[in-house]
Ligand binder design. Structure first.
Ligand code: ADP
Ligand code: MG
Length: 292
C-alpha cells in the first residue's frame, strides 16, 4: 500500500467515526482472523441494573441491601452503581463505613456499622470459606438468564445472592453478524461468571468464550488466540483491558470508555458502537487488497 492510500483509508475511517491512532493498524487489520471482545461496556452498555436479591435464612432483605450498598458506594465498578441505585430506590439509609478495600477480580470488602461485609464473585466467597453452594440452584438459573450472580457476606456469614443484568448494546448483534460475514471468528473474554458469559455468547452467536478471567489473564487469553488463529484484534473499554489491548495485533478501544484504554489502543471507535470494527476491517481490505 502506498502512503497515499493509507491516508485516504484512515481519512475515510475517521469520517465513519473510526480513529486510527497508528496508520500501521489499517494494514494489520485486513489479516485479522479473530476479534476478541471484552463483555462489560463493550458488548453490553456497561450500565447494569440489580434484578434479583435472595437472602439466606435469618437475614432481612433491606438490611442486606443497605450493608452491600454501603460498601459499593466506594467502588467504581459498574456493578457498584447498580447496587447503590437499587438501595436509593428502596429509600434505604446506608450505614457508616470503614476500611474499604477492592480485591481485583474478586469483589469488595469493608467494615459496615462495625461488622465486616464482603461482596463479590463466588470465587471470592470460596476463598473466605463460605458455602456458596447454598445458592447453587439460584446461581444456575441467574447465569442461564445471562445475569451476573454476586454474593454478600455479613459478619462472616453468607447473607445473600444478588444478580445484576447489563443490557446488550443495540449495535452488538449486527456487528457480530458483519464480522461473521467477513469470515472472522468472534471471541468473548470476561471476568464475569462462566455460566452468564456462556448464556450471553449463545444468544449472540459468539464462537469462543473465556470467562472468569483476571485482568492479567486477558493477556494470556489473547496470546492463546494468537497462537491458535493468527492475527487477533482485541476490543475493550476498561483500565483492566489495557494490557490485552497492547498484546493484541490490533488494540481497539471504545471511545466512550476509559482514557487508559484509549491510550493503549491502535484504533478508537468514537461512537462506542462495535459496528466500527467490521467497517474498519472492510476498509482495510478495500485499501490494501484482500489477499486471503
Ligand atoms: P469484569 O468487569 O470483566 O467482570 P473484573 O475483574 O472487574 O472483570 O471483575 C471480576 C468479577 O469480580 C466481577 O464479575 C464480579 O463478580 C467481581 N467484582 C468486581 N468488582 C466488584 C464489585 N465492586 N462488587 C461486586 N463484585 C465485584
Ligand atoms: Mg469492560
Amino acid at each position: 500500500a502506498t502512503p497515499t492510500s493509507i491516508m485516504v483509508g484512515t481519512g475515510r475511517a475517521a469520517e465513519l467515526g473510526v480513529l486510527f491512532r497508528k496508520g500501521e493498524a489499517l494494514q494489520t487489520l485486513k489479516d485479522a482472523r479473530v476479534v476478541a471482545v471484552d463483555k462489560t461496556g463493550t458488548l453490553t452498555e456497561g450500565r447494569p441494573v440489580l434484578t434479583d436479591l435472595e437472602v439466606a435464612d435469618g437475614f432481612e432483605r433491606n438490611t442486606v441491601l443497605a450493608h452491600v450498598a454501603a460498601v459499593e458506594a466506594r467502588s467504581e465498578h459498574p456493578i457498584a452503581r447498580a447496587i447503590v441505585s437499587a438501595a436509593q430506590k428502596a429509600g434505604l439509609d446506608l450505614p457508616e463505613l470503614a476500611q474499604f478495600e477492592s480485591v481485583t477480580g474478586m469483589g469488595v470488602r469493608a467494615v459496615v456499622g462495625g461488622v465486616p461485609v464482603h461482596v463479590g464473585a463466588d470465587r471470592y466467597m470460596r476463598e473466605l470459606g463460605l458455602p456458596v453452594e447454598l445458592f447453587a440452584d439460584t446461581a444456575q438459573r441467574l447465569g442461564d438468564e445471562g445475569k451476573s450472580p454476586l454474593y454478600a457476606a455479613i459478619d462472616g456469614q453468607l447473607a445473600g445472592i444478588i444478580a445484576v443484568s447489563d443490557p446488550i448494546k443495540a449495535s452488538t448483534p449486527p456487528a457480530i453478524a458483519a464480522l461473521h460475514e467477513l469470515g472472522l471468528k468472534v471471541a468473548m473474554i470476561t471476568g464475569d461468571n462462566a455460566r452468564t458469559a456462556q448464556a450471553i455468547a449463545r444468544r449472540l452467536g459468539i464462537d469462543e468464550v473465556e470467562a472468569e478471567v483476571l485482568p492479567q489473564g486477558k493477556v494470556d487469553a489473547v496470546r492463546r488466540l494468537q497462537a491458535e488463529h493468527g492475527t487477533v484484534a482485541f476490543v475493550g473499554d476498561g483500565i483492566n483491558d489495557a494490557p490485552a489491548l497492547a498484546q493484541a495485533d490490533i488494540g481497539v478501544a471504545i471511545g466512550t470508555g476509559t482514557d487508559v484504554a484509549m491510550e493503549s489502543a491502535d484504533v478508537v471507535l468514537m461512537s462506542g458502537s462495535l459496528l466500527g470494527i467490521p467497517t474498519a476491517i472492510a476498509l482495510s481490505q478495500a485499501t490494501l487488497g484482500n489477499i486471503r
